[in-house]
Design a protein around this ligand. Structure first.
Ligand SMILES: [Zn+2]
Length: 197
């Protein structure tokens, strides 16, 4: 997920970083940037399978997803978006990479209130739309080591976790739009694709 408010400041920080520093960190960590599926790619409609074993291969995927999310920059990324259909999410809604979360087999076990937040998505670039979500959620998941944990989130972090779990269920935030607004979003994406080709 991308947040419209924080996108600009994150982007500025990213572009200020010396190119050499970025290359050095990539070489040291041996992580890889993963290609992100773009809406309306039908693979984004895949319902992800629960993770049965948290092993080194899964941790490598998680590390690559974190690297990809920070580089984009985004505040959340679901495995579905990188064409891996397992129930894994990474997220960090902080401005300084201090609130990194890895969620394996996440479940929302309580939700309350409602909020309207303008959301963006790394799979739907340039499109920002208001979506109604729960204001607060309690989430149960496994961490990077396969240990169960729970946390409560509100505001932007609650929006992010709901947005990312939607991806694992094959849903994209434009599904919440009216047909007319979805068509406008599709036209914007098609224009972007033409500009990039
Ligand atoms: Zn998204």
């Amino acid at each position: 997920m991308q947040c419209q408010q924080c996108r600009a400041s994150r982007y500025r920080r990213y572009t200020r970083r010396p190119a050499g520093a970025a290359r050095a960190s990539l070489c040291l960590t041996l992580m890889a940037l993963l290609p992100i599926l773009r809406f309306p790619d039908p693979r984004l409609r895949t319902v992800a399978k629960p993770v049965e074993q948290v092993d080194d291969a899964l941790r490598a995927l998680i590390d690559d997803m974190l690297q990809t999310m920070y580089e984009e920059p985004g505040i959340g990324l679901a495995a579905t978006q990188v064409d891996r259909h397992v129930r894994v999410i990474v997220m960090d809604v902080s401005e300084d990479k201090s609130n990194r979360k890895v969620l394996i087999n996440p479940e929302i076990i309580a939700a309350s209130g409602s909020q309207l937040c303008k959301e963006g998505c790394l799979s739907v670039p340039t499109v920002f739309v208001e979506v109604q979500r729960a204001e607060s959620v309690t989430v149960r998941a496994l961490d990077r080591d396969g240990q169960p944990y729970e946390f409560s989130a509100s505001g932007l972090e609650a929006v992010c976790v709901q947005h990312e779990i939607d991806h694992l269920d094959g849903k994209v935030f434009v599904d919440y739009l009216t047909p007319l607004k979805r068509e406008m979003a599709m036209k914007k994406l098609a224009k972007l694709a033409r500009a990039e080709s």
